[in-house]
Ligand binder design. Structure first.
Ligand code: NAD
Length: 306
């Protein structure tokens, strides 16, 4: 790891340069993070408990890069070099030599805690850690690791190769070199950063997901049907996607988890998850990734699923 010196409001700090990336969780976010990091020239090691998720991630990355070639954003040589930088494994030991690991596993605190417990003993002492969590306290997740000062929130947006923003969230214990190193990495990946304080759901999801939850209430109370709600918000508020379409895109399980974190973390009834959202999740209708959510993706174009 090379070190550079950077001036900060607190004085000069030594900032480690991140030269290799590990990713835990090869779902829709994990594969997107691997995609942009590999194209930026970093070796990427991806770990998932599910080998099928790793195969699926590699297929998705190759398909998405193909699309970028079609749009002349990258060349076939860029793609080949980037795919050559990605390795996969089901074993955390494969991350032993990695400078920085981003956890992008399922949005459940218990799952993330288990990941860090199993992962930390394999890491070199200088390795820094981030969670891509959409809502869970960075301070609390960091406290469950052996290195809270090297732990940070690095919140990518979906789809990662397209969306320009990364929210960076310091936990109470996060040190300045870690913050500077991760901010520099985000910029190397072509992203702009916004710094959020460590409060439930940070900035983007604090505002976005209650709006989605309100759209589900509008459906639940019969204010409008699925198509009316999405059309109204697309044409009436100039949103590129309707809120229910967007919920399917994010994942209804993830939306529900974020509402639960807001409800529990802020103890305010205005954040109560809509019972209809709970029902969809109970049904296993998690959105695009399971083929069905508010819309059924078995048909092209998708149709409302009920
Ligand atoms: P996903 O369901 O697509 O993928 C989660 C992956 O984690 C799965 O492949 C699963 O096998 C894996 N996993 C579960 N337990 C694991 C373990 N113990 N060890 C290793 N892998 C494990 O979810 P996603 O949408 O990619 O979300 C991942 C994270 O990113 C969540 O924290 C979520 O809140 C956050 N996030 C999601 C979005 C979004 O729009 N979906 C946006 C920003 C951030």
């Amino acid at each position: 790891m090379t070190i550079r010196v950077a001036p900060t409001p607190e004085g000069v700090v030594q900032v480690p340069e991140i030269a290799s990336l590990g990713i835990v969780g090869a779902g829709q976010m994990g594969n997107g993070i691997a995609h942009v990091a590999a194209l930026a020239g970093l070796p990427v090691a991806m770990v998932d408990i599910n080998p099928a998720a790793l195969d699926k991630a590699l297929g998705t990355i190759a398909r998405n890069m193909e699309r970028q070639i079609g749009r002349k954003l990258i060349t076939p040589e860029d793609r080949d070099a980037a795919l050559g930088r990605i390795t996969t494994s089901t074993d955390y030991a494969s991350l032993g030599d990695t400078d920085f690991i981003v956890e992008a596993a399922t949005e459940k605190e218990a799952v993330k805690r288990e990941v860090f417990k199993a992962l930390c003993p394999h890491l070199k002492p200088s390795a820094m850690l981030a969670s891509n969590t959409s809502s869970i306290s960075i301070t609390r997740l960091g406290a469950g690791t052996d290195r809270p000062e090297k732990f940070i929130g690095m919140h990518f947006m979906n789809p990662v190769p397209v969306m320009k923003l990364v929210e960076i969230i310091r936990g109470i214990a996060t040190d300045e070199p870690t913050f500077q190193a991760v901010d520099a990495l985000a910029k190397k990946l072509g992203k702009q950063t916004a710094v959020a304080e460590d409060f439930p759901a940070f900035i983007v999801n604090r505002i976005l997901v209650p709006m989605i939850n309100e759209a589900v209430y509008a459906l639940y109370e019969g204010v409008g049907d699925i198509r009316s709600i999405d059309t109204a918000m697309k044409l009436g508020a100039n949103h590129p996607m309707g809120p229910l379409e967007l919920a399917d895109f994010i994942g209804l399980d993830t939306c529900l988890s974020i509402m639960q974190v807001l409800y529990d973390g802020l103890s305010d009834s205005k954040y109560r998850p809509c019972p209809l959202l709970v029902k969809y999740v109970e049904a296993g209708w998690h959105g695009r990734k399971t083929g069905k959510g508010f819309y059924d993706y078995g048909q092209d174009p998708p149709v409302p699923s009920r």
